[in-house]
Write a protein that binds this ligand. Structure first.
Ligand SMILES: [Zn+2]
Ligand SMILES: [Zn+2]
Length: 438
């Protein structure tokens, strides 16, 4: 019987494992400087957490969640996104309170039952941040500039930041009504060009905003549909304008996408997406459909979610980066350069000749690894020196230490530089400090 990984999942190893490690390390380095604290939440949560926060009529909840019952009939879901669990954890562990700034980051796997394609897996990884405790556009600016800083550190230059203002519970109902009125009067006969897809017809009642980012209908209705920017209240508009001014002053370029809604209910006011940009294309004029593959990071403000999930009145803003999608955006040259610089630790290979040297060699390997050297050895199997040198070559070892009976008797080992082919003897006493000198 041969087994394969479940559809939409993949094994991560080799070069990709190194790239992911690099992305994670870089993120932690930068998040630490910006004073974000790490938080890890369980892989599964109560289903209701997501139904309540992400929204009943969203694609995530309607179609994409992995839901299962445990042996006590508890209804659980593999986490499809990171914000609701972080909010749940922040409330449960009293990590947030009104008027206090609390900042978190997370990194880990998430699960959605979607049709797998390049950059879209059923098990996917996200790195995300959440900023609690401020209604100010300065908080929106901080998380956006943090993302920009991270991308900069990854050598990522070709991307666009799209923003929109989703309004608040004071102004959005009026927009929803206008939108619904507009959608309802569209001809619904199967031959009419402006007929909405079955999903959207169903959504008109409960979640008309989703029609804006429907992959099927968006092309037909854009340009004629009522836009939220004409409905947002004074204070939502002020918040958005202040954020835009901060971005401009700090030279973070952006474009406004009036159709951007994001497929999640908890957002209020600012929402944004980072998308790849093909140099030379008029990406600014031609709108990408939301949620499409070229979005590699997204987020927004969610001022009511903490309250909604049983906490106090604490505003928040955050984003998540899709790691698989981010990797697709990165320059191979830049990353391999960074990885080379990182792999400063140079592999030492210990080759032994004869049983006595093999026994002694094992001790040397232990000592060197304990002293911080990266060491591989050929002593697991009995092998000729030639075979061991071939192996060392294949591993791209920087140095080979050769230990035979003769060397052992004289308490030395031969060090061979695999590039220059130079050889010299080193005393076995104090080998780690001798090697450190080299
Ligand atoms: Zn408003
Ligand atoms: Zn539709």
């Amino acid at each position: 019987m041969v087994y394969s990984a479940p559809r939409g999942t993949k094994d991560i190893f080799g070069e990709e494992a190194k790239i992911r490690h690099f992305l994670d390390t870089k993120a932690r380095e930068i998040f630490a400087r910006w004073n974000y604290q790490e938080i890890s939440t369980p892989i599964f949560e109560e289903v209701n957490l997501f139904t309540r926060s992400v929204g009943e009529t969203t694609d995530i909840v309607e179609k994409e969640m992995y839901v299962f019952k445990d042996k006590r009939e508890r209804l659980l879901a593999l986490r499809p996104e990171g914000t609701a669990p972080v909010v749940r954890a922040a409330i449960e562990n009293a990590l947030i309170s009104p008027g206090k700034i609390s900042k978190f980051f997370y990194s880990g796997p998430f699960y959605r039952y979607e049709r797998p394609q390049a950059g879209r897996q059923r098990e996917f990884y996200q790195i995300g941040v959440e900023f609690f405790g401020s209604v100010s556009p300065y908080a929106d600016f901080e998380v956006l500039s943090l993302a920009v800083e991270y991308f900069h550190n990854l050598g990522l230059k070709e991307y666009n930041l799209f923003l929109n203002n989703l309004g608040c519970p004071n102004c959005r109902p009026e927009y929803r009504k206008a939108l619904k009125d507009y959608l309802v009067q569209l001809p619904h006969s199967p031959t009419a060009t402006s007929q909405l897809c079955a999903d959207c017809q169903r959504r008109i009642e409960k979640n008309p905003l989703r029609v804006l980012d429907c992959k099927i209908d968006s092309k037909n209705i854009h340009g004629r549909i009522p836009l939220i920017k004409d409905y947002v209240c004074e204070s939502c508009n002020k918040h958005f304008q202040e954020l835009l001014a901060l971005l401009t002053e700090n030279k973070i370029s952006y474009q406004i996408d009036p159709y951007l809604v994001r497929g999640i209910d908890y957002y209020t006011r600012t929402i944004f997406e980072f998308k790849n940009s093909v140099p030379g294309s008029n990406a600014g004029l031609e709108r990408f459909s939301s949620g499409s593959q070229d979005t590699f990071a997204a987020g927004g403000r969610y001022d009511n979610l903490v309250k909604e999930l049983g906490g106090e009145d604490i505003p928040a803003v955050g984003w998540a980066i899709g790691v698989e999608r981010l990797i697709k955006q990165l320059s191979k040259e830049f990353i391999s350069q960074e990885l080379r610089a990182k792999s400063q630790e140079q592999l030492i290979y210990l080759a032994t000749i004869g049983e006595k040297a093999r026994k002694e060699g094992l001790k040397i390997v232990q000592t060197l690894r304990g002293a911080g050297f990266t060491v591989e050895t050929g002593l697991y199997e009995e092998k000729s020196l030639k075979a061991q040198m071939r192996e060392a070559d294949g591993l791209k070892a920087k140095y080979v230490l050769i230990l035979g009976e003769d060397e052992l008797n004289r308490k030395v080992t031969t060090l061979r530089d695999m590039q220059t082919k130079e050889q010299k003897e080193i005393k076995l006493d104090n080998l780690p400090s001798e090697l450190k000198k080299i």
